[in-house]
Design a protein around this ligand. Structure first.
Ligand SMILES: [Zn+2]
Ligand SMILES: [Zn+2]
Length: 350
């Protein structure tokens, strides 16, 4: 008889069904992982609430879990060992070969099969997950499963810092973080531990502004309290920024971020959402601005994130909600995350 597990299955825009689905047996080079925690990402909100996801798919890619079974030819991973997921990059395409694996042609989002697992469209909002053994990362001694579940989104934040080409030291750099959702908070916390002292955050909801200050921002403003974008592209704001991390994905936030850059400033796009935005090309040209995306992680991103989490230098309780939700509570949590009612990362405990 096939073993069954509970999973949150996308049933249509805004609809999740908790179904019983078959637990797959690990094949050659694969491991079966019993999911401990899985974070809810902005991508999961789009996939579930906005109808971006395939019907029948199981979301969730920010997972930690324990090895439940190993397939043939798996070495170095023992049953019960705590691991986190990494992306199934190919390692051989032109981008992987030059150390830019976030552009891998086999990346799950690019191929339309998200989930960081060995089965397309089957993520970790389920009791078990099948993963390629060479894509999982062992969690360092002393790091718990709950904190380890932050490694994937933290790796995204760290990649954003890489894309920003930040100077060292960082204390005098003028930085704006646009949006203080879970990703914005991780960017703020990572910047703070790198020595950024005057990070400004722009965020509409009061609880998220308060959390951003605790996570390391020096100033928390509503978007309307930001300096005005100068009307002419020849002018830059005297209160402008060297780097803007845009984590909200809102079109207006993206164009405001660009408009508030100082000459040579850099806009790093981390938030998904806006399908198309009008950017002031003359402003970019005259002020030699750089606009860059930051997608996924550095090649060493997941391990860098695990090391930083294990160092104990991040304010974990400001980044995570105190209690995880079960699969039954996932849809409600997604709806509350979308309107900014929950100021931290939500973890699911399937
Ligand atoms: Zn994510
Ligand atoms: Zn590749």
């Amino acid at each position: 008889m096939t073993r069954k597990m509970r999973a949150a299955v996308i049933a249509g825009p805004g609809r999740l069904e908790i179904d019983e689905v078959a637990v797959a047996a690990p094949g050659r080079g694969q491991v079966l992982v019993r999911v401990e925690y899985c974070g809810v990402c902005g991508t999961d909100l789009h996939n579930t609430l906005d109808g971006w996801g395939v019907i029948g798919a199981i979301g969730g890619h920010e997972w930690s879990g324990r090895i439940a079974a190993t397939g043939e030819e798996v070495t170095g991973l023992a049953e019960g060992e705590l691991v986190v997921g990494g992306p199934p990059w190919c390692g051989v395409c032109e981008w992987c070969r030059i150390g830019r694996s976030s552009l891998c042609v086999a990346d799950p989002i690019r191929t339309g099969t998200p989930g960081h697992s060995a089965i397309p469209n089957q993520g970790a909002f389920a009791e078990y997950l099948l993963a390629r053994a060479d894509t999982v990362h062992q969690v360092p001694e002393g790091l718990d499963a709950r904190t380890a579940a932050l490694s994937e989104p933290l790796a995204v934040a760290l990649h954003g810092l890489t894309a920003a080409a930040l100077p060292d030291p960082l204390a005098a750099t003028r930085i704006l973080v646009s949006g203080a959702g879970p990703l914005g908070l991780l960017v703020i916390a990572a910047l703070a531990q790198r020595g950024a002292e005057s990070v400004v955050v722009a965020e509409p909801t009061p609880p998220r502004r308060a959390t951003a200050l605790r996570a390391g921002a020096a100033t928390a403003l509503t978007p309307s309290e930001l300096p005005d974008v100068p009307a002419l592209p020849t002018q830059t704001s005297p209160d402008g920024f060297d780097v803007v991390f845009e984590t909200s994905g809102a079109a207006v936030a993206i164009s405001t971020g660009l408009g508030l850059l100082r000459p040579t400033g850099r806009l790093v796009l981390l938030g998904t959402g806006a399908m198309s935005v009008r950017l002031d090309a003359i402003r970019i040209l005259l002020n030699e601005l750089v606009v860059t995306g930051a997608y996924c992680y550095d090649d060493t991103g997941i391990d860098d994130a695990l090391t930083l989490l294990a160092s104990g230098r991040l304010p974990i309780e400001d980044l995570l909600t105190p209690d995880a939700v079960g699969l039954d509570g996932l849809l409600d949590a997604m709806n509350r995350l979308k309107i900014g009612e929950i100021p931290r990362k939500v973890l699911v405990r399937p």
